[in-house]
Design a protein around this ligand. Structure first.
Ligand code: NAD
Length: 495
């Protein structure tokens, strides 16, 4: 059993909190203790904010071209460490090594995009926006020209609170753009898998970020709540469940902060009878069972239109049954464990609710070839699910796929739009007409045609609609630059 305590990173130094209560970090594939998370007191958040505040004046005055040099170096350092960090993610989270590497790559995309800050932050000018005649003497007695411009300026100290399911990638939706824009940052990662995030932040020192620009503090809700109400924090980025995200949004905005909260989801795929069959089956398979269903973009419900269920359901069940379940670092494994025993209990509860509410259990993840220890649940498929069933409405965050049926595209889209969430939805079809109707009427922030997961891309804004997002400006893309800066308009007249 390891007793390594994850360390905070404050003002460039590793800070060990031996007085804090701790939470064991468990390898969900083996049950072995990997480390301990210090559940520090809110005063640790105060220390981190103080360090970020102290670093802000010099960092915000550092030319943006110099700031992004740190990101260029950081990207290379991360590339050099990608294997080690992926191993950490596998050990503390449970995802397969391929999934861990893939998520790190998507994080690196965010570093690259944030390196474009010198272009993204450029302001705009409009010369001769007006002519002033009040001191009218010059410009050939016609009046004095007035020029106007808008600049983007950093906010100050920004805070990020992140979930367990992508411990390295999700923080990179936040801090690279925040610091590239001249802010300083305090991150509070999930208490379930803190080691890889700690390594991510630790490497920033090697890249030359000045002490205090990027800080990390471990803990639970009370540390997060101190950050989102701290008088010196200007903006809060949150990714996690809808219940917590709604609370964070309301609390942070009531305290006068700018906030963006990317939250939970229930994502649907519509299968049309004319769809390319293998693309539909492969796409849904990866979407439903990738990362063991622990993705905010997991496609956890399918609506089969017309007779598409006749070919889709048997093929999907067969392919799901063939997924090898096991430790994420074992050869040939396609699906790792859930993150914790609590998650396993929750997911099994959803399987039981599907059975008791009358859905047809086609593939039961409680059975089959599962490792004897660890938080494993195999791929699970329910058919004949109705929109009112719990498994069709709630986020399960596990490898459970619900198949609904509809007699028309319109009814299928209605089923999707009934959801209180709106993170993503996809359609599989060969018909441009059907695809166009879907993309114009579906209520989701991320929509896909013939893809299983319309994944976040660093260059485009990313967030859901409805209860999947609280805020205004999304993560990533130009929205991120706008979130981490504010505009200042300058009007000039030279007498
Ligand atoms: P969670 O809401 O339990 O925790 C997220 C973060 O909030 C953690 O750092 C946690 O310590 C903190 N937290 C918990 N309770 C809090 C409270 N009362 N006040 C303040 N902070 C609190 O989420 P999770 O279980 O770690 O992650 C899974 C959830 O995240 C799923 O719902 C998933 O859909 C969502 N998610 C959404 C996106 C997205 O982009 N929409 C991306 C990834 C994950």
């Amino acid at each position: 059993m390891s007793s390594q305590i994850a360390e905070h990173i404050i003002a460039g130094a590793r800070v060990r909190d031996d007085d804090a209560k701790t939470l064991p970090v468990i390898n969900p594939a083996t049950g072995a203790q990997v480390a301990l998370t210090p559940m520090s007191s809110p005063e640790m958040a105060d220390r981190a904010v103080a360090a970020a505040s102290a670093a802000y004046p010099a960092w915000s005055e550092t030319p943006v071209g110099d700031r992004v040099q740190c990101l260029f170096r950081y990207k290379q350092i991360l590339e050099n460490n990608i294997g080690d960090i992926a191993d950490m993610v596998v050990a503390e989270h449970g995802k397969t090594r391929g999934e861990a590497i893939g998520s790190l790559r998507r994080g690196i995309d965010c570093i690259e995009f944030a390196s474009a800050a010198p272009v993204l932050m450029m302001g705009r000018t409009l010369p001769q926006i007006a002519v002033s005649t009040s001191f009218c003497r010059t410009e050939d007695e016609g009046g004095i020209g007035v020029d106007s411009q808008v600049d983007r300026v950093p906010l100050g100290v920004c805070a990020g609170i992140t979930p367990f399911n992508f411990p390295v990638m999700v923080p990179m939706w936040m801090w690279p753009m925040a610091v590239a824009c001249g802010n300083t940052f305090v991150l509070k990662p999930s208490e379930l898998d803190p080691l890889s995030t700690t390594r991510e932040i630790e490497l920033a020192k090697d890249a030359g970020f000045p002490d205090g620009v990027l800080n990390l503090v471990h803990g639970g809700a009370d540390v997060a709540n101190r950050l989102i109400t701290h008088p010196d924090v200007r903006a809060v980025s949150f990714v996690g469940s809808t219940k917590v995200g709604q609370h964070v949004y309301q609390t942070a905005t009531a305290a006068g902060k700018r906030a963006q909260c990317m939250c939970g989801a229930k994502n649907f795929a519509i299968i049309m009878p004319d769809a390319n069959r293998s693309a539909a089956v492969d796409g849904v398979l990866g979407s439903a069972f990738g990362n063991t269903g622990q993705r905010c973009l997991a496609g956890s419900a399918v609506v089969c239109v017309g007779d598409s269920a006749d070919w889709f359901v048997p093929a999907l069940v067969e392919a799901a049954r063939a997924i090898k379940v096991g430790p994420g670092d074992a050869a040939g494994v396609g699906m790792g464990p859930l993150v914790s025993e609590a998650a396993k209990t929750r997911v099994i509860g959803y399987i039981e609710s599907g059975v008791s509410e009358g859905a047809t259990l086609m593939l039961d993840g409680r059975e089959g070839e599962l490792p004897l220890t660890g938080c494993f649940v195999g791929p699970t498929v329910f058919d004949h699910v109705t929109p009112s069933m719990t498994i069709a409405r709630e986020e399960i965050f596990g490898p459970v796929l619900s198949i609904l049926r509809a007699d028309s595209l319109d009814r299928a889209i209605d089923s999707v739009n009934q959801s209180e969430f709106g993170n993503m939805a996809v359609i599989f079809t060969d018909s441009g007409h059907a695809a166009r109707k879907f993309q114009r009427t579906v209520q989701a922030g991320m929509a896909g045609v013939n893809v299983g997961v319309p994944a976040p891309m660093a260059v485009f804004p990313f967030a859901g609609w409805k209860k999947s997002f609280f805020g205004d400006l999304h993560a990533n893309g130009e929205d991120a630059m706008r979130f981490y800066t504010e505009s200042r308009v300058l009007v000039t007249r030279w007498l």
